[in-house]
Ligand binder design. Structure first.
Ligand SMILES: NC(=O)c1ccc[n+]([C@@H]2O[C@H](COP(=O)([O-])OP(=O)(O)OC[C@H]3O[C@@H](n4cnc5c(N)ncnc54)[C@H](O)[C@@H]3O)[C@@H](O)[C@H]2O)c1
Ligand SMILES: O=P(O)(O)OC[C@H](O)CO
Length: 347
């Protein structure tokens, strides 16, 4: 009998976090080298009926708040205790909104055992006084673990319903580890490939959220498909230019993978950033993103507005404002310093 070597845990249980747990759990059941059980850390909350979200997930096998109507698999165990959720795991999947990851990592320092591998499904970055830091680097630096990334054209609700999509794993050096992540995530309806360009893959996933906000403005202003396609084209060029300035090693081909052009398209058509930016533009910029996020997403979180601010900070730090008119304008609109119509006039 094969000795089981790997145990996976998922840190995060929002919309994509729940889908990630479902994907991984469907594979661990069938792979001899993996333990069946997948622990999923839940940021605990009390629902309006007074019940704890974790209890409901474990009783119904559904995350009724973030992924209603989808069975996660009987081997997914929701756990509100972060340290307990990861204690036996040696394959950690990080999938929280990016604004929370630094605090989560701080809580995990010294709690992760040796020989652990990590992967980040988080689209975002942190900007420090010394410069920008990608989330995979933050995890690597704070916890001392190798961290791959998985990004792609992945609207969670569609994958939860087992509709076909692709994803890209970005890795630094160890192809064998990347292949293990391919194995644990891939299904016939979720086709995963790996490329040796971690920065390119992660920057695609991060920056497309800023372009999605721009696409939402165009939709909200009812400017039509041609204008939206133009914004996507300009956005893709800025994504590429920014990524290559940050990391000259970033490969052109990465932008043709699922994490690149495909994610840009799906997010500008059907994502949450697009949806909330559309409502913002329709309100003439009078309603705040915070208010609209709460009303339209009901607990799910936007990444694009925060990322636009972080990208703008990098542009200012490095004197790049003139080279990235779309990124700059998205941020200025989000903070109320320009009207939504500036997205076409100034990009
Ligand atoms: N949903 C998608 O379709 C999708 C697809 C691909 C990638 N992603 C990326 O995955 C990441 C996670 O997104 P998601 O969709 O799983 O989350 P989500 O936006 O659906 O849910 C928000 C999550 O944040 C948690 N939370 C709230 N306050 C918190 C706090 N103070 N500390 C820690 N957690 C807190 C909530 O409990 C919930 O689990 C994001 O970077 C997102 O861009 C999402
Ligand atoms: O709903 P969004 O805008 O957060 O986008 C979701 C995914 O990133 C699409 O791949």
């Amino acid at each position: 009998m094969t000795k089981k070597k790997y145990k996976a845990a998922v840190i995060g249980s929002g919309n994509w976090g729940s889908v990630a747990a479902k994907l991984v759990a469907s594979n661990t059941l069938n792979l001899d080298s993996f333990h069946d059980e997948v622990r999923m850390w839940v940021f605990e909350e009390t629902l309006p009926n007074g019940e704890k979200l974790t209890d409901i997930i474990n009783i119904t096998n559904e995350n009724i708040k973030y992924l209603p109507g989808i069975k996660l698999g009987h081997n997914v165990v929701a756990d509100p205790d972060l340290e307990h959720a990861v204690e036996d795991a040696n394959m950690l999947v990080f999938v929280t909104p990016h604004q929370f990851i630094e605090g989560i990592c701080k809580r995990l320092v010294g709690k992760i055992k040796g020989g652990v591998e990590a992967i980040s499904l988080i689209k975002g970055m942190e900007v420090k006084t010394e410069g920008p830091c990608m989330i995979s680097s933050l995890i690597n630096k704070q916890l001392g673990v190798n961290c791959c990334v998985l990004m792609g054209a992945n609207i969670g609700d569609e994958i939860a319903m087992e509709k076909f999509s692709e994803a890209t794993i970005g890795y630094r050096e160890d192809k064998e580890v990347a292949q293990r992540w391919v194995q644990i995530f891939g299904t016939p309806y979720f086709r995963v490939s790996a490329v040796r360009d971690i920065e390119g893959v992660e920057l695609c996933g991060t920056l497309k959220n800023v372009v999605a906000i721009a696409a939402g403005f165009v939709d909200g202003l009812e400017m039509g498909n041609n204008a939206k396609a133009a914004i996507m084209r300009i956005g893709l060029n800025e994504m590429k230019a920014f990524s290559k300035l940050m990391f000259p090693s970033v490969c052109d081909n990465t932008f043709l993978e699922s994490c690149g052009i495909a994610d840009l398209i799906t997010t500008c058509l059907g994502g949450r950033n697009r949806k909330v930016a559309d409502a913002f533009a329709r309100s003439g910029g009078k309603r705040s993103f915070h208010e609209l996020e709460t009303e339209l997403l009901q607990g799910q979180k936007l990444q694009g507005v925060i990322t636009a601010g972080e990208v703008y900070e990098v542009l200012c730090q490095r004197g790049w404002q003139e080279s990235f008119p779309l990124f700059r304008t998205v941020h200025l609109i989000c903070i109320g310093c320009a009207p939504p119509s500036a997205i076409i006039q100034q990009s």
